[in-house]
Design a protein around this ligand. Structure first.
Ligand code: MN
Length: 396
């Protein structure tokens, strides 16, 4: 597939993440109310006059998502026609002057653990044992996270307070990131009714970059036997533009060869991963570079597993992929892995060393799928760490 040309000049550059081939959906404001828009080059097209009447009134994409795949395809065709080379020029808003907001209201948030190298690394670091947990090759492992603390890129993140061990309380000393993709559920399912992998794929509306901020010291103390809780609940950041499944269709890649035969309910009908180059930057310097094909389970498989016991899925549910790490240290998707839990601090270009995140650090995730002369970009998922609040005198 080649670049589709637009009358918006900046959308025709091979460097932009937002050519006519992409058309990701976001919510922005320029002083007034938040409005839904589509990114095109370095501009935004407002969509109030497109699509079914009133569908964007709430200032997010939830009502539109609930319309389902046929409406998604019709709307995408309408927007693509309106922005194609030769179409009538319309007023646009410059991205540079816009503030981005959450593109959708997160109904519920579930985080998975589908990065194989990450699972192996964490086992070795936390438990000193090489290899995967016994269940890992059979079941997409996940936990129910918090929708209330999912924030859009650019939101500052406060270092959390918590229990760091027996009788120890204070600001997290091992603050970390997790490089993930977020899948957004566009249509729901009924309670008691499992969905197949093919149905799950149909239900997914699009993807964002997701940073599952993690407090490793709090996590290490609290996670046994029920998994992460406060170590993950304080914040999750997502990139502001929803890259639709339609825009990524040409970049599908199969999940890796199954090492253990999966139960048939988890078998994929079509390739469920995407060839998306991913980077982590700390203070503007790239500290990790990997690809979303490093995942072992697709979002469709995770969604199917999520529903298999009868749990209903809702419009606006967010599924984190799990930390994406490749086999080389330069491909690790968390500082825990990059510094091997502080045993191997790494040095930045400015001479500073890091094991975990310092106050004032800005962490940024970027990603794109590389086409022939064009890119399907995700924009940025960025957050700056603020110092912890003072420990309240009643806390210790
Ligand atoms: Mn995670």
């Amino acid at each position: 597939m080649a670049l589709k040309k637009s009358w918006v000049t900046s959308a025709n550059s091979p460097e932009t993440g937002f050519p006519l081939n992409n058309l990701p959906y976001g919510v922005f404001s320029t002083g007034g109310a938040a409005r839904c828009g589509v990114a095109i080059g370095d501009m935004i097209l407002t969509v109030d006059e497109l699509g079914p009447a009133g569908i964007f009134e709430a200032g997010n994409w939830n009502a539109f998502m609930a319309l389902g795949p046929k409406a998604w395809a019709a709307f995408r065709a309408e927007v693509q026609a309106a922005l194609s080379e030769g179409a009538e020029v319309r007023p646009l808003v410059a991205q540079a002057g816009a503030t981005m907001h959450m593109p959708f209201a997160v109904a519920e948030y579930t985080d998975f653990y589908a990065g194989r190298q990450h699972a192996e690394n964490m086992g070795e670091i936390l438990r000193g044992t090489k290899g995967l947990p016994a269940n890992w090759l059979h079941i997409p492992i996940g936990y129910n996270g918090r929708a209330s603390s999912v924030v859009v890129s650019g939101t500052d993140i406060r270092r959390p307070l918590g229990q760091l061990g027996a009788g120890r309380f204070g600001p997290c000393q091992k603050l970390d990131i997790e490089l993930e993709l977020g899948a957004i559920v566009g249509t729901g399912s009924r309670m008691g009714q499992p969905v197949s992998v093919a149905e799950a794929d149909e239900m997914i509306f699009g993807y964002v970059l997701l940073n599952d901020w993690s407090a490793r010291d709090i996590q290490g103390w609290e996670y046994q036997p029920l998994g992460p809780f406060q170590s993950k609940a304080f914040a999750t950041s997502i990139s502001p533009w929803i890259v639709t499944k339609a825009a990524l269709e040409a970049f599908r890649k199969p999940t890796p060869l199954r090492e253990e035969l999966l139960l048939p309910y988890l078998n994929e009908q079509k390739p469920g991963l995407y060839d998306i180059e991913l980077e982590v930057q700390l203070a503007g310097e790239t500290i990790s570079h990997t690809n979303a094909t490093r995942l072992y389970y697709s979002a469709a498989q995770q969604l199917t597993h999520h529903s298999i016991g009868g749990c209903p899925m809702r419009v606006g549910d967010l599924l984190g992929s799990g930390t994406i790490s490749g086999p080389l240290p330069a491909e690790f998707g968390s500082l825990m892995e990059l510094s091997w839990n502080g045993a191997k601090p790494f040095t930045l270009a400015n001479g500073e060393t890091r094991s975990f995140i310092e106050d004032g650090d800005t962490l940024t995730l970027t990603g794109h799928a590389q086409g022939d002369g064009f890119r399907i970009g995700f924009g940025e998922c960025s957050g700056t760490i603020l110092p912890a609040i003072n420990t309240p005198d009643w806390a210790t």
